[in-house]
Design a protein around this ligand. Structure first.
Ligand SMILES: *[C@@H]1O[C@H](CO)[C@@H](O)[C@H](O)[C@H]1NC(C)=O
Length: 293
């Protein structure tokens, strides 16, 4: 009898503990509903909520593309979402997922841009980093899978040490904090999280040679498992400099051996453009490329 009472008491505690976990979203990873963290910023009619708001469909047709943005800005953290890109003939379409300080003069920005292609041709992921107002740091990787066949996880991890762009936990781009060498690093301005689907056939596919085929419209991309873990601004002023934030932990201060190996694999086998080695554009190698990116 006593044992039984103790047992039920214990399960009550476990239950309470689980409830506390479930309602501590700032601490625990949580795929959130779209409207919890985001709002539509461009063409309501072209963003449809599905699966009870846990996923969305973005629509591009001849009338409009569309876009959404986080309600808050964040200073450091990690944002990730699962995206299924426009299938088939997606030439001329661009799906973007990025963080941006939304400040004109001294812009900080971390970009993922998915450039569509003709059916059967590889999707290209372009990344770019703006630090203290200067961008022009494009790199391009052709994905090693069909990103329109299924959902894949795309994430931006940003802490005091580096910015890491990952695809299914494989790092495809690292921008290190080389402030000690006098190089700019985004760390003073909070950034919002943005996404858009639009037509950019003047430049996106084969440099603009491949035009969008409107007979294939509407074009659809899908998003789910929205996860932002970071220091919301405005919020607790101490958050961004708190060294106990998990994304500042030692495991996130540099790539692990496994990550470093997959990063080399991507760069060796899938990178098709790197501004660092574009001599016609940069006769003098940009300093951050020399310092190690
Ligand atoms: C599209 O496919 C062509 C041909 O395979 C390839 O050269 C190009 O890198 C791909 N991506 C873009 C964005 O043009």
């Amino acid at each position: 009898m006593a044992a039984l009472t103790f047992q039920s008491l214990k399960s009550a505690h476990v239950w309470l503990f689980l409830c506390v976990l479930a309602f501590s979203p700032s601490v625990w990873g949580r795929p959130a509903t779209f409207l919890q963290d985001f709002q539509v910023t461009w063409s309501d009619a072209h963003i449809k909520q599905i699966d009870g708001g846990r996923a969305i469909q973005l629509i591009l047709d001849q009338n409009s593309g569309c876009g959404f943005a986080s309600k808050s800005k964040y200073l450091f953290g990690r944002v990730s979402m699962k995206i299924k890109l426009v299938p088939g003939d997606s030439a001329g379409t661009v799906t973007a997922f990025y963080m941006n300080s939304d400040t004109d003069a001294v812009r900080d920005e971390l970009d993922f841009e998915f450039l569509g292609n003709r059916t059967g041709q590889p999707y290209t992921v372009q990344t770019n980093v703006y630090a203290h107002g200067k961008g022009d740091r494009e790199q391009r990787v052709n994905l090693w899978f069909d990103p329109a066949a299924d959902f894949h996880t795309y994430s931006i991890m940003w802490n005091h040490h580096h910015v890491v762009f990952s695809v299914d936990d494989v790092p495809i781009r690292v921008y290190k904090n080389n402030e000690a060498k006098g190089l700019p690093y985004p760390k003073f301005q909070p950034m919002g999280v943005f996404s858009t689907l639009w037509e950019a056939d003047d430049w996106a596919t084969r440099g603009g040679l491949e035009k969008i085929d409107w007979r294939k419209a509407p074009f659809y991309a899908y998003y789910k498992d929205f996860d932002i873990e970071g220091c919301a601004v405005p919020g607790s002023g101490a958050c961004a400099s708190n060294p106990s934030n998990w994304w500042e932990g030692s495991a996130y201060q540099q790539l692990s051996a496994v990550e470093a190996r997959s990063y080399r694999w991507v760069r060796t086998n899938h990178m098709i453009y790197d501004y660092c080695t574009d001599k016609s554009r940069y006769p003098v190698t940009p300093p951050e490329c020399v310092a190690g990116i």
